[in-house]
Design a binder for this molecule. Sequence first.
Ligand SMILES: [Zn+2]
Length: 214
Amino acid sequence: MFVELIDLLRCPRPHEDTWLVAAAEETVGRHIVRGTLGCPLCEAEYPVVDAVADFGEAQVAGSAADAITADDTMRAAALLGLDAPGTTVVLGGAWQAVAAPLAELAGTRVLLLDPVHAEPLREEVSALRGGGGLPVAANALRGVALDAYTADEPRVAAAVRALAPRGRLVAPADVPVPAGLTELARDARHWVAERDASSESRPIALSRPRRSDR
Ligand SMILES: [Zn+2]
């Protein structure tokens, strides 16, 4: 788990949003390879083992039916609309195949969800398992791509919440498009949908001083 990505993680338990406190027992560069992520509110502890943060209840890994290979890197970049570097995306399950080339191609940071196999340590790619939904801060992600195993209902709902306005969700074609997203395109394999932008105007308006205040 790359230390900078830990800021985006949130305790998955049902209470007020809170970041997690990292305690490292073993680090390699700026990765925590072994340690603990602790919740200051409910005192839950989530172990980091072999650089993967474990939130429990991981999905069954890997699916031959949802075969995604490194050849899908351009497809992933286009579907997720990765037109600017420095953003963060979540890739679920079989999408792991495009993680490293996508990070390189798009200059994006990748958080793997329930990775199928061990991923070599690199600053741009970190991994977590389980968590029921998606233990990531609201409005934090440019995109999320889920495979057949990670696109269950709680995960899809959590992905919508974790997406920034106009962030994109890619999921298997047979998964229903959830409320709060507008479908942009689909083919036999996947659909891509964009998070509605309506929620972005409110915080922007509130952050500006009103004329009468000057
Ligand atoms: Zn907690």
